[in-house]
Design a protein around this ligand. Sequence first.
Ligand SMILES: Nc1ncnc2c1ncn2[C@@H]1O[C@H](COP(=O)(O)OP(=O)(O)O)[C@@H](O)[C@H]1O
Ligand SMILES: [Mg+2]
Length: 264
Amino acid sequence: MMAQQALIADGVHKSFSAPSGKNSLAVLEDISVNVNQGEIVALVGPSGCGKSTLLNIAAGFEKPDMGQVLFMGKAITGPSPERAVVFQSASLFPWLTVKENIAFGLEKAKVKQKIIDEKCSEFIQLVGLTGFENYYPNQLSGGMQQRVALARVLVLEPKMLLMDEPFAALDAQTRLAMQQVLLSISMAIKPTILFITHDVEEALILADKVYVMSKLPGTIIRELEVPFDRPRPISIIGDPHFSKLKSEILEQLFYEPCGSYSTC
Ligand SMILES: Nc1ncnc2c1ncn2[C@@H]1O[C@H](COP(=O)(O)OP(=O)(O)O)[C@@H](O)[C@H]1O
Ligand SMILES: [Mg+2]
């Protein structure tokens, strides 16, 4: 069966004018990426290479200077609940409980209470928060807050998730745990995800396909199909094939053509 395309960026260029207003900064140069339905595609690159800029274009917050960005075959003209964005900070409503935070969007959409209750418990279970329904955000760890943020978005069943370094603020162990949460969600409901990260290991654990971006101006320097089967337990990090691929990509990211390593 042919894969159904979800997001296509084709030949995207983007510059920003410098604060002085004189020179412009080329941020994205000829970026083409393709996310099929039900796929997790990671975009990995060093800090400041334009990853968030590309995500913002896919979200409809920014427009490309050149090139095309299509979602389900249609040009993206602005933000849409079809393309839900998940950021590094969970930004939950502090005055609402876990369940109320997750129910919020459904209530706004005037969904029947019975269905809200069913969906909330389904997604609370999916992100591993059963038993914490009545906790407030300040009573939760950072990882648990990100679980709520995920459930709150997933419960609305968007066609695609745009995730901008969602686990980057978490400690290393919590990050690994959250990657496993996302993997189990992906096994259960097969969401379509563009996942932005600066972390090569994270990209390889999560994604079906990885695009590697260069330093500014961001270009795609490599595209690879991730060769590991699912499920992918944490122990995959110890697999020699995994480590080899990881170090190969790190080399590509940080090695300068002049023969030295970048210091940024
Ligand atoms: N709205 C903006 N105006 C001017 N410059 C911007 C704007 N957004 C991003 N930039 C610049 O674009 C570059 C890439 O930023 P960003 O996409 O946030 O990178 P990343 O997410 O990979 O860290 C940075 O140099 C940043 O200063
Ligand atoms: Mg960013």
